[in-house]
Unconditional design. Structure first.
Length: 215
């Protein structure tokens, strides 16, 4: 378990292939976010991904409860669209200034300028304490810096602000695993999988942990 590392979006969310983004942008321009959230559960398979992407382009944090169940959809394309839309909403859930600061911090993280990124994120969470993604990215930076206790608090705070944040739950599990607190790690991983059962490799990690703890 000690080899697990923090994960999370640290760059732009991938755009839909082909004309999918253009169609979603048109939908987003024509429909209010609340209307899109109402249409998503009614969407047929051929239209569903476009509706989901449109909601991600225009939606607000309160619309994430519409998208989270779709992470369990039997069509992987639909599940992927839901994940991408959740990230889009999460990454712009602060103020305009806060979103710009988060984007700058992500650039710094991508350049491995972790100390500078931490300073930006420290200020951001101080001024916008309910911005879940700022706490999440700060937790990733602290984890990468080896400051596990502080990372645990940051991921926990992200989950307090956004209980649907599957990546914060998974990363909290990574912190506990690194600290040798395997039962707490298992609990956090199960929470992440309950939200997003397709998280890469996490189901296998849970199985390994269950085997270790059963001995």
């Amino acid at each position: 378990m000690a080899g697990e590392s923090a994960t999370g979006r640290q760059s732009e969310v991938a755009e839909p292939a082909g004309g999918g983004l253009a169609a979603a942008q048109l939908l987003a321009s024509c429909c209010p976010a609340d209307a899109l959230a109402t249409l998503v559960p009614l969407g047929r398979r051929g239209l569903l991904s476009g509706l989901i992407t449109a909601l991600g382009l225009k939606g607000r944090p309160e619309h994430c409860s519409t998208l989270i169940p779709l992470l369990k959809h039997d069509d992987p394309e639909v599940a992927q669209a839901a994940e991408e839309s959740l990230w889009r909403i999460w990454l712009r859930s602060g103020s305009r200034w806060g979103n710009a600061q988060l984007a700058y911090a992500l650039e710094l993280i991508g350049e491995q300028r972790l100390g500078e990124a931490q300073q930006v994120l420290d200020r951001l969470v101080g001024l916008e304490p309910e911005f879940a993604e700022a706490h999440h990215q700060r937790g990733i930076v602290l984890f990468l810096l080896g400051r596990l206790g502080e990372a645990r608090v940051a991921f926990g705070r992200a989950l307090e602000c956004n209980p649907l944040h599957f990546s914060a739950a998974a990363n909290l599990g990574h912190v506990y695993a690194q600290c040798g607190q395997l039962r707490l790690a298992l609990e956090a991983y199960r929470q992440a999988l309950s939200l997003h059962p397709r998280l890469d490799g996490l189901a296998d990690v849970v199985l390994r942990l269950e085997e270790v703890l059963a001995r």
